[in-house]
Design a protein around this ligand. Structure first.
Ligand SMILES: [Zn+2]
Length: 442
């Protein structure tokens, strides 16, 4: 590490002596950052320590707040000045829940209520099933939906297209008189694994209970219906809303030496669903950003502009953390916001909405990530937590990774530490470090 610092300092003083603006340095800082981060397993051991002790970090839960306390204490032990941005977050609890097939045979089915759903009012809802493959088919069979439990058996194509049934399924089913709705879990592959996630209601439609069943069971219900058999299910959910609860974003930074009021921010969300460990969604993303900043400090690097890491709260069922961050930093200028919330598998590069010269510069910085396979910059978006900044015109970026396994585990009990890989995590941190460093020097 000492050697890295010496090389970096020498290169920087040569550049300064040449009177070059640090548009970039030929990749010296990138090589130092990649070397520093990939030299140890600090990142993966910290993620494991955290998620093993603090799984199920749903907003409003004491587990989330205890986890935040642990992070604050760990960061302070590391010597960071830690800021906390207070914010009130929604508080929904799943409670007891079950789906049981009662006809033509009795069988309990794996399920997860969807976040924000109402419960079944203290007793199970028992009704016949109508299986549909789209909102269109539901409209066509409207007369058959009345008094039924509507099951959306929609195969996964991509997240954006398929998640509509999870998010809007209850409203659409209720419009046609359904008493409850079930959605085939949003994922490309399953081993009888239900996937939870957020859902919504509108003010004009009765609120009916809404839950996810496995893809295997959705297909089975379809087969029963196609054979002309009548299926009856019993759904019991004691889900409920509680008053909003206090939470916070956690913020650390290296202040800029020349333009401290101009900020490059990066991070992920530290809340999760109340299943699994929230390891890839999104403790890995949060700690990768932390590791990036930690490396800059270890190398003695002093950015021109402030480089900041945020552990955002309440992304999964409210986005209050991202909104509070935007509201509480309006006295500053954000030059770039970077999120890592698409998993921390092998990084490929970044997507960004940046245009023109900034896009060109980001592309040139990403070239320094080619040795770790993360050199691609493509046009696209940022992430949920930085969307309030994006709405104010801040350029945003999202870390892009090998996403082939992400939706196998997304929002399930399978999102646990073992799905992550120490080397891939380090490469994610290195990619974040390199992009944010050069963006702050621009
Ligand atoms: Zn996430």
């Amino acid at each position: 590490m000492k050697q890295n610092i010496v090389i970096l300092a020498a290169a920087m003083s040569i550049l300064a002596a040449m009177g070059l603006r640090a548009q970039h340095d030929g990749g010296t800082a990138a090589r130092a950052l990649i070397g520093q981060i990939t030299s140890d397993s600090l990142l993966s051991s910290r993620v494991a320590d955290f998620v093993d002790h603090y799984p199920h970090r749903l907003s409003g839960s004491s587990m989330l707040e205890l986890g935040l306390d642990w992070i604050v204490a760990a960061l302070r032990r590391d010597g960071w000045i830690v800021r906390q941005q207070n914010v009130m977050v929604p508080h929904w609890e799943r409670g007891e829940e079950s789906v049981t097939m009662v006809s033509p045979l009795r069988r309990k089915m794996p399920m997860l209520g969807l976040g924000g759903s109402v419960g079944t009012g203290g007793r199970p809802v028992r009704a016949r099933v109508l299986v549909v493959g789209s909102f269109d088919e539901l409209s066509k069979r409207s007369a058959d939906a009345k008094g039924r439990i509507v099951v959306f058996n929609v195969p996964f194509t991509d997240y954006g297209s398929t998640v509509r049934y999870r998010y809007d399924g209850a409203v659409q089913a209720a419009k046609h008189g359904a008493v409850a709705s079930l959605v085939r879990s949003v994922g490309p592959y399953g081993i009888q694994t239900p996937h939870t996630g957020g859902m919504g209601y509108d003010s004009a439609t009765p609120r009916i209970p809404h839950a996810a069943i496995t893809m295997e069971d959705a297909m089975m219900l379809q087969r029963f219906q196609d054979r002309g058999e009548t299926v009856e299910l019993e759904l019991a959910m004691s889900a409920r809303w509680l008053p909003d609860a206090p939470s916070r974003n956690i913020v650390i930074e290296i202040p800029g030496t020349e333009k401290p009021n101009e900020v490059v921010v990066m991070g992920g969300h530290i809340d999760s669903w109340d299943v699994g460990q929230g390891a890839m969604d999104d403790a890995g993303g949060c700690f990768a950003a932390w590791r990036a900043l930690h490396a800059m400090r270890a190398l003695g690097m002093k950015p021109k502009r402030t480089i900041r890491v945020v552990f955002w709260t309440n992304e999964e069922n409210g986005l209050r953390g991202g909104r509070a961050y935007e509201e509480q930093t309006r006295n500053e200028t954000h030059v770039l916001a970077v999120e890592s919330d698409e998993g921390t598998f092998a990084p490929r590069g970044f997507s960004t909405n940046a245009k023109g010269p900034l896009f060109a510069d980001l592309t040139s910085y990403a070239k320094f990530l080619e040795p770790i396979g993360a050199g691609t910059i493509e046009e696209g978006g940022g992430g949920a937590d930085i969307s309030p900044l994006e709405e104010k015109g801040v350029p945003v970026m999202s870390l892009q990774v090998d996403g082939s396994r992400y939706f196998w585990y997304h929002h399930t009990d399978g999102d646990t530490f073992d799905k992550l890989d120490a080397k891939e995590l380090n490469h994610c941190a290195a990619a974040l470090a390199v992009i944010t460093w050069y963006a702050a020097q621009r």
